[in-house]
Design a protein around this ligand. Structure first.
Ligand SMILES: [Zn+2]
Length: 249
């Protein structure tokens, strides 16, 4: 049973990842999500069932459209694989619970927001709304966590708001993201998520400026790094906190 559910969570992640790709594409083209069958963005060829299998279609077609032979973005298999890995890790951590379902939704919306932020430098407001709804559902399941989550919503958000207002160097989308995610994760985990996100942003920022020889002032989205921190702390935040407390205190 355990192995079947493990495989199921991976397959579900692949399918949802594929759906996220559709949402990302249609967010940018402003097409409604419900608009008919998927098609190749370059030649408009309607995709048949065997071109729509997450991950495997891309591998089978060697990353090229069957009709026009133009390359299909590597974003598709990457988003599908990351969603599948996240779903697997969430299932392994939270088991067969309502929490798992809520975290599936939480992770999905964050993965989508990370890709949209990378491409457009905007985190859509619906990301924060869905995160807060996930937080409310979790509170209904675990009402004793109210204080932890309420502090989580403001502990990073308020300082970031001041920084964003004072320096104009940071988007309000990131501030809202950390407020909404803090409401889901609680105050300790969101602090670690912020720390982790800032570290990866600095490291990757320095590496890309070296490789691409661009100035450090070139605007790079912070959202994907913060989202990495949030998802990492959702899964391993408690271990990180324990390790920190035992190592330094
Ligand atoms: Zn095509």
């Amino acid at each position: 049973m355990q192995i079947l559910l493990t495989i199921y969570s991976i397959l579900l992640g692949l399918v949802i990842g594929s759906f996220l790709n559709v949402c990302i594409y249609r967010y940018q083209t402003k097409e409604p999500i419900s608009r008919g069958r998927s098609h190749c963005p370059k030649c408009n060829h309607t995709l048949s069932w065997y071109e729509l299998i997450p991950l495997f279609s891309w591998i089978g077609l060697r990353g090229k459209c069957k009709s026009c032979h133009q390359p299909i973005s590597i974003q598709y298999p990457i988003v599908e694989s990351i969603t599948a890995i996240c779903f697997l890790l969430i299932y392994l951590k939270f088991g067969i619970t309502f929490d798992t379902l809520i975290y599936f939704i939480f992770a999905s919306i964050l993965i989508m927001a990370a890709v949209i932020d990378l491409q457009t430098m905007i985190i859509p407001d619906r990301t924060h709304i869905i995160c807060i709804l996930c937080g409310i559902l979790l509170l209904i399941l675990h009402p004793t966590q109210l204080l932890d989550k309420a502090i989580g919503a403001i502990i990073v958000c308020i300082p970031l708001l001041i920084i964003a207002y004072a320096t104009k160097g940071m988007g309000y989308g990131d501030v809202k993201l950390m407020g909404a995610a803090g409401f889901v994760l609680g105050w300790q985990n969101i602090l670690f998520a912020m720390m982790l996100g800032s570290i990866t942003a600095s490291v990757i920022g320095i590496i890309t400026t070296r490789i691409k020889k661009i100035s450090l002032k070139t605007e790079m989205p912070l959202g994907p790094h913060l989202i990495f921190g949030i998802l990492f702390c959702l899964l391993y935040g408690n271990q990180l906190i324990n390790w920190y407390l035992t190592s330094f205190f």
